[in-house]
Design a protein around this ligand. Structure first.
Ligand SMILES: [Zn+2]
Length: 83
């Protein structure tokens, strides 16, 4: 169960559908000048191609960095009881 919103903690939920993930993606979208936020891995690749054309090298690294930050935050909430 997700520690933030008490829904089933699937990979899609944790990295895209959770309120925490939506906030992170929303901040990134804001910096790119859009309010469209990816809600799945597939949408991420469509999204990044649309808003960062020509930057193919950061597609995977950017996804990894965002997911890593969300994962570290999730673990801090889970194991260090951070709010
Ligand atoms: Zn959640």
């Amino acid at each position: 169960m997700c520690l933030c919103c008490h829904k089933d903690e699937t990979l899609v939920h944790l990295f895209f559908d959770c309120t925490v993930a939506k906030c992170v993606w929303g901040c990134i979208a804001y910096t790119l000048g859009t309010d469209f936020v990816p809600q799945s891995l597939w949408q991420y690749f469509v999204w990044v191609r649309r808003f960062l054309p020509g930057l193919k090298t950061i597609f995977v690294e950017g996804l990894g960095a965002v997911c890593w930050a969300i994962w570290k935050t999730r673990n801090a909430v889970c194991f260090k009881k951070k709010v």
